[in-house]
Design a binder for this molecule. Structure first.
Ligand code: NAD
Length: 258
C-alpha cells in the first residue's frame, strides 16, 4: 500500500491495561501500523504484559512493559516519565484500562462507585494530563480514550459504569478543546459488546439469556471481537486524523442505532 496517511512509523504509543483484552489487541495493532509500543498494566498482570511485549518485539518494533495502576496518580506520572525517558518521546496514548461492575442502583456502595470512577474516569484524566505534558513541547499528540456504547445510552444495573463512560465522552470533548492548539487531538472509541477475558468473566448469564440479549440489542447478531476496533484506533492515532478532534467513534455493531 502506498498510502502513508495511516502509518504510525516513528511514533511511540502507550496503551494502559494492555496485558489482555482490547488493550492487548490495540497495542499489537498499533505496532503492526509501525508504532513502538509501551505496554502497561497492574503489577500483578505484568506477566501478561511481557508476553504482549515479546509479541511486538518479534514484529520488529520496540516494546517494554511497565507497572501502571491508573488509580494511582503518582504512579501514572512516574511511569509516563520513565516511558518518555526509555523511548525518547510519547506520541500516542490509548486510555484503555477500565473495570466493569453490575449492581442494581439501590445496591451500589461508595466503594463500588469509587472503584469504577477512579479507574475509568479519574485514571483516564490523569494519564491524559501526564502524557500531554510531554506532547505539548513536541507539538504533536494523539490521545484515544476507550469509552463505550454506554457513553451514549443507559443500561440497567450499571449506574457507576455508564456514568464513568459518559464522563469519558465529556472529558474527551473538553481536552480536545484545550489541547488542539498544541497539536494534540483527543478522541474516543465507543466499543459495543466485545469478547474479552474481562467481559466473559463478568457475564454470568445463561447461553439462552445471552442469545436473547444479542437478538434484542445487537444488530450485528453477535459480540464483536477486539480486532474490529483496531482500524478505528490506527486511524485516530494517525497523521490522517489531524482534524478529527473531540469525536466519539462508536464501533458497536449498530447497538446505539436502534
Ligand atoms: N469488552 C467490552 O465489551 C467493552 C465494551 C465497551 C467498552 N469496553 C472498555 O474497553 C476497555 C477494556 O476492556 P476489556 O473488555 O478488554 O477488559 P479486560 O478486563 O479484559 O481488560 C482490562 C485490562 O485493564 C487492566 N486494568 C484494570 N484496572 C486497572 C488499573 N487500575 N490500572 C491499570 N490497568 C488496569 C486489567 O488488568 C486488564 O488487563 C475498558 O475500558 C472497558 O470499559 C469494553
Amino acid at each position: 500500500m502506498n498510502y502513508t496517511g495511516l502509518s504510525l512509523e516513528g511514533k511511540v504509543a502507550l496503551v494502559t491495561g494492555s496485558a489482555r483484552g482490547i488493550g492487548k489487541t490495540l497495542a499489537i495493532g498499533l505496532a503492526k501500523a509501525g508504532a513502538d509500543v509501551a505496554i502497561s498494566d497492574l503489577e500483578e498482570h505484568l506477566n501478561g504484559a511481557q508476553s504482549v511485549e515479546s509479541n511486538i518485539q518479534d514484529m520488529g518494533q520496540r516494546s517494554a512493559s511497565y507497572a501502571l495502576d491508573v488509580q494511582d496518580v503518582a504512579q501514572i506520572q512516574e511511569a509516563i516519565n520513565t516511558i518518555v525517558k526509555d523511548f525518547g518521546r510519547l506520541d500516542i496514548l490509548v486510555n484503555n484500562a477500565g473495570i466493569r461492575q453490575r449492581q442494581a442502583a439501590l445496591d451500589v456502595t461508595e466503594e463500588n462507585w469509587d472503584a469504577v470512577m477512579s479507574t475509568n474516569l479519574k485514571g483516564t484524566f490523569f494519564c491524559a494530563q501526564a502524557a500531554a505534558k510531554h506532547m505539548i513541547p513536541q507539538r504533536f499528540g494523539r490521545i484515544i480514550n476507550i469509552a463505550s456504547q454506554f457513553s451514549l445510552v443507559g443500561a440497567k444495573n450499571r449506574a457507576a459504569y455508564c456514568s464513568s463512560k459518559g464522563g469519558v465522552a465529556s472529558l474527551t470533548q473538553v481536552l480536545a478543546l484545550e489541547w488542539i492548539q498544541h497539536g494534540i487531538t483527543v478522541n474516543a472509541i465507543g466499543p459495543g459488546p466485545t469478547e474479552t477475558p474481562g467481559l466473559l468473566q463478568a457475564d454470568t448469564r445463561t447461553q439462552e439469556e445471552l442469545a436473547r440479549d444479542l437478538s434484542e440489542n445487537m444488530p450485528l447478531g453477535r459480540r464483536m471481537n477486539a480486532e474490529e476496533l483496531v482500524g478505528a484506533a490506527v486511524y485516530l492515532a494517525s497523521p490522517s486524523a489531524s482534524a478529527t478532534n473531540g469525536h466519539l467513534l462508536v464501533v458497536d455493531g449498530g447497538w446505539t442505532s436502534r
